[in-house]
Design a protein around this ligand. Structure first.
Ligand SMILES: [Cu+2]
Length: 131
């Protein structure tokens, strides 16, 4: 009897699992006008990996790394106010920027072992969608 109840509870929890990592997440604008989100860097992914932000408003991301491999957070489009290259180590780190143009911009990790594929090639990339 109790086992059945436990199983039912677990199944219900599984059904309400968190959204997929690549589902677009629209950042809310806080009272101070800043759009904030927390992102986890893992081997080899960003979670969440698809951020939607408003143009012309500051964005502040808190980056946290899991696992042992070194990772970084790169968005490289200086003409759009996006010139970010931030190493993420043991402690969470914040990056701030203000996108000045609308569009879709690649987020990626530029780390690479001496031999083999880059982390980006292994799937460690995402999208910053500026609307
Ligand atoms: Cu990486």
């Amino acid at each position: 009897m109790h086992k059945t109840l436990l199983l039912t509870t677990l199944l219900c929890l599984a059904a309400t699992a968190p959204a997929r990592a690549d589902e677009p997440i629209t950042l809310a604008v806080d009272a101070d006008g800043v759009q904030r989100a927390a992102i986890v860097l893992d081997s080899y992914s960003f979670t969440p990996s698809h951020l939607v932000v408003a143009v012309g408003k500051p964005v502040e991301l808190t980056l946290t790394k899991e696992g042992f491999a070194p990772h970084n957070f790169v968005i490289d489009d200086p003409a759009s106010g996006l010139a970010i290259k931030q190493d993420v180590g043991g402690d969470p780190v914040k990056v701030s920027f203000t996108p000045t143009r609308t569009g879709s911009f690649a987020i990626y990790c530029s780390k690479k072992a001496p031999f083999g594929k880059s982390h980006r090639q292994k799937g460690m990339e995402g999208v910053l969608e500026v609307r």
